[in-house]
Design a protein around this ligand. Structure first.
Ligand SMILES: Nc1ncnc2c1ncn2[C@@H]1O[C@H](COP(=O)(O)OP(=O)(O)O)[C@@H](O)[C@H]1O
Ligand SMILES: O=P(O)(O)OC[C@H](O)CO
Length: 500
């Protein structure tokens, strides 16, 4: 009998996780390991690709070792931090430079220059994205330009580019497969989301040789046999998607109008918009929800760079909490925010502002303000930012959006769940399994391996654990949003100053 278990790998920004799911979503085994973050210069963030491979293959082994004797895994699903860029030598398998992480801002000036030269419309039309250092293309060009001899080696076909999924597939298959899936490709600034091909004009614009790029497959496909790093086992890699797209699958957002919002290090809200790419007039991204059987489903995405990371900052830099979960009681201990706002623009502001140079502000402090006000402001900031994204989505689609499926580490916080509902005016729904990203990767592999017959089959497995309905006085909500907007203006003031 075919095994009903799938090994899902969630390679995130700060840790790698592996989870073995049964067909009905039960977690049979799990393992997680953190890895090092490198900040070699202001605004730079790097990872060591070899360490990512070691940590990721180790959590897979840890997980497989937890399975009772005689139980087997049918295959692997991979989901990953997106946009993070790496280049390696095809014959030695050695990376030629550390992975440049999605948060890295080193190519901000290059993006500004390309925008000033009038290229933003082309980029937007073809990719649905913006000229921002967040995406892969300028990071890849930077590596090719700065690493001695890299351009020559690339033109001789000696180098391979990949996002983290591609790197892991390469490593697991012992260098046999150089491939990615359409959702990851769609975050590079090089992939045409309409034709579903690497775009010649964009390759020219960013000066990227086509030979360096991976093949692009559906999210459920044959990505090769994983033979390395698994203690002698061989398992098919059958599903791949960028983490936010995998969460769409894990949250069963398969119909136009359905939204998922994930609250981890950052926050990423995706609205399913159907099979036609919906472009945004409000500075949201147009991206893929998923691609299955060659059929593309699109999404509008709002990306917030700092969500749970602000809570980590309270813990690690301010030292006002010892554990993230303490923020719940602190926020609830106050009857209002007392006029204190935190705009967590530590690495600039993402959607809908797209200002890499904005910086964080805390405002409204009085002598009476303390850790509770600041902790509450950090949680409220996530809600206001979600509100801004949902408002932009409603404008773009001219739809009234009524509910949102939430997940991610932060969403265990019940105060946050209620405040999200209050500030967004929508029902916030938390599923029974909040590991939706890993679950989505498992579902994709399950689809490919015949454990599920269709998306409807997957949707039947989604179950609600808790929900919050909006319950705030409208005047109070309006005041809070006004206070937030004033705080954002202050944060943007710093960005404007750096323009002059
Ligand atoms: N109860 C909580 N309240 C608020 N924030 C939390 C809580 N639990 C975890 N977090 C935050 O959520 C984040 C971890 O979520 P996770 O989904 O694991 O993130 P990622 O996948 O991006 O590493 C951390 O930034 C942490 O500070
Ligand atoms: O690793 P996460 O969960 O912070 O997600 C990162 C995103 O994919 C970046 O686009």
């Amino acid at each position: 009998m075919v095994s009903e278990f799938i090994l899902a790998i969630d390679q995130g920004t700060t840790s790698s996780r592996a989870i073995i799911f049964s067909r009905d979503g039960e977690i049979k085994a799990s393992a997680q390991r953190e890895f090092d973050q490198h900040f070699p210069a202001d605004g730079w963030v790097e990872h060591d690709p070899q360490q990512i491979w070691e940590v990721t293959s180790a959590v897979c082994r840890d997980c497989l070792a937890q399975l009772p004797k005689g139980q087997q895994v049918a295959g692997i699903g991979i989901t990953n931090q997106r946009e993070t860029t790496l280049v390696w030598d095809k014959s030695s398998g050695e990376p030629i430079y550390p992975a440049i992480v999605w948060q890295d801002r080193r190519t901000a000036q290059q993006c500004r220059k390309l925008a000033q030269q009038g290229h933003e419309a082309l980029v937007r039309d073809r990719t649905g994205l913006l000229l921002d250092p967040y995406f892969s293309a300028t990071k890849l060009a930077w590596i090719l330009d700065k690493v001695e001899g890299a351009r020559d080696r690339a033109s001789r076909g000696e180098l391979a580019f990949g996002t983290i999924d591609t790197w892991l597939i390469w490593k697991f298959t012992g260098g046999k497969v150089h491939a990615t899936d359409a959702t990851n490709a769609a975050r590079t600034l090089l992939f045409n989301i309409h034709t579903q091909r690497w775009d010649e004009d964009l390759l020219k614009l960013f000066d990227i040789p086509e030979g360096i790029l991976p093949d692009v497959y559906d999210c459920a496909a044959d990505f090769g046999e994983a033979q390395e790093g698994l203690d002698g086992r061989t398992l098919p890699i059958a599903g791949v998607a960028g983490d936010q797209h995998a969460a769409m699958i894990g949250q069963a957002c398969f119909e136009p109008g359905m939204i998922k919002s994930t609250y981890g290090t950052g926050c990423f809200a995706l609205l399913h918009t159907g099979q036609k790419a919906q472009m945004s007039d409000n500075r949201l991204l147009t991206t893929l929800a998923y691609r299955l059987n060659g059929e593309v489903h699109y999404a509008l995405e709002g990306s917030i760079f700092i969500a749970g990371a602000a809570v980590q900052w309270l813990r690690d830099k301010l030292g006002i909490i010892q554990q993230a979960s303490e923020t719940e009681a602190l926020a609830a201990s106050l009857d209002s925010n007392r006029g204190v706002y935190l705009v967590p623009a530590f690495t600039g502001l993402g959607a809908p502002h797209w200002r890499p140079d904005a910086r964080a502000v805390i405002c409204g402090l009085t002598r009476d303000s303390g850790r509770a006000e600041i902790a509450r402001a950090a949680l409220e900031a996530v809600c206001y930012q979600t509100h801004d994204l949902l408002e932009a989505m409603a404008k773009d689609t001219q739809q009234t959006l009524t509910s949102l499926r939430v997940d991610g580490g932060m969403i265990a916080n019940n105060w946050l769940l209620q405040t999200l509902a209050d500030i967004t005016g929508m029902t916030a729904e938390r599923p029974a399994i909040t590991e939706t990203t890993a679950l989505g990767a498992a579902r994709l592999a399950g689809l490919q391996l015949g454990l599920f017959s269709s998306l409807e089959d997957i949707a039947q497995n989604w179950t609600l654990e808790a929900k919050a309905e909006p319950a705030i006085e409208p005047e109070l909500k309006a005041d809070m949003i006004k206070g937030w907007q004033r705080a954002v203006e202050r944060s943007l003031l710093d960005a404007e100053r750096s323009d002059t």
